[in-house]
Write a protein that binds this ligand. Structure first.
Ligand code: 1HE
Length: 270
């Protein structure tokens, strides 16, 4: 299943606040600023954008995690105190560009959440296609208490996971969800014991990496877009995407394998 990690090469090896390693077809990116609880400053947000724009061509899935006791403490607050309104808009748009690069990048991404997953850290987690939470994870949106607002795409992505009502509660009252509450609300797909998140995420990523790349692309790119469309347009796009995926040789082979009883049945390993 999971092979050993080896350091990434080229541009990915030069990043300073992100540590990038590869394990077969899975790229592991680790936020590497534990002394600041992986708070996201300008360098880190640019490195995230660079990393996801330059994943190795043979990557088929990715995992993101945080070094130290917390996944991510959100925006580096020390960088915003002197910002003008215009700078604030450009700053937020930089996050949007980076986070779009992540969500609409070439491979499915699984986030490993532990400790603080707050503010921009929760916005980052919401860009992932799957989330594995450890028991220590807690979720907060302290923007309301800091006198600011989400600026890293949280208002678009987080309600799609937990609904506007829960997000409003978190922002107005400072309500924090623990790992079990987050799982029940839809913030995580999997809840595991402390220390087991990376292993579970890597196992899931290796599994996801065995899917046909075009299928994974349709799931991560077409599905969220279709969900935003009016049903008539969405169904039209679904037909196109479905026919494109089905026409791919990888799909034909997999279907032939099933019919010839060479592929696993649903719920049983192949
Ligand atoms: C930081 C940040 C940060 C820690 N920006 N420096 N995010 C927040 O409002 C969360 C603020 N952070 C916390 O509530 C706590 O730090 C934690 C619960 C995450 C962790 O607590 P703890 O006790 O483990 O660490 P600590 O002692 O609070 O922090 C260690 C250091 O990290 C300390 O710096 P030091 O120089 O005194 O050692 C902290 O100042 C620093 N640190 N979090 C800057 N966020 C695109 S818009 C997004 C808007 C938002 O994300 S708003 C939410 C911001």
């Amino acid at each position: 299943m999971t092979s050993a990690f080896r350091p990434a090469k080229g541009l990915l090896a030069q990043l300073t606040l992100l540590r990038v390693e590869c394990s077969g077809p899975v790229v592991h990116l680790r936020l590497n600023r534990p002394d600041k609880r992986n708070a996201i400053n300008g360098t880190l947000v640019r490195e995230l954008q660079t990393a996801f724009a330059n994943l190795p061509s043979d990557a088929r899935a990715a995992v993101i995690s945080g070094e130290g006791a917390h996944f991510c403490a959100g925006l580096d607050l020390s960088e915003v105190t002197e910002q003008s309104v215009a700078e604030g808009i450009f700053h937020s748009r930089l996050w949007h560009a980076a986070f779009d690069q992540i969500q609409y990048g070439p491979v499915p991404l699984i986030a490993v959440l532990h400790g603080a997953v707050v503010g921009g850290g929760l916005e980052l987690a919401a860009t992932a296609h799957l989330r594995v939470a450890e028991a220590s994870a807690f979720y907060g949106l302290p923007e309301g208490q800091r006198g600011i607002f989400v600026g890293g795409s949280g208002s678009a992505r987080i309600p799609r996971l937990i609904g506007v009502a829960r997000m409003t509660d978190m922002m107005l009252t400072g309500r924090v969800f623990d790992a079990a509450e987050g799982q029940a609300a839809g913030l995580s797909n999997y809840l595991v014991a402390d220390g087991e998140g990376l292993t579970r995420a890597m196992a899931l990523a290796h599994k996801v990496a065995t899917n046909a790349p075009l299928s994974n692309y349709a799931i991560t790119q077409a599905l969220p877009r279709i969900a935003e469309m009016a049903p008539a347009e969405g169904l039209f796009v679904e037909s196109l995407m479905s026919a494109i995926a089905q026409g791919d040789e990888a799909a034909k082979k997999r279907v032939r394998d099933f019919l010839a009883k060479r592929a696993g049945k649903v719920g049983k390993s192949s």
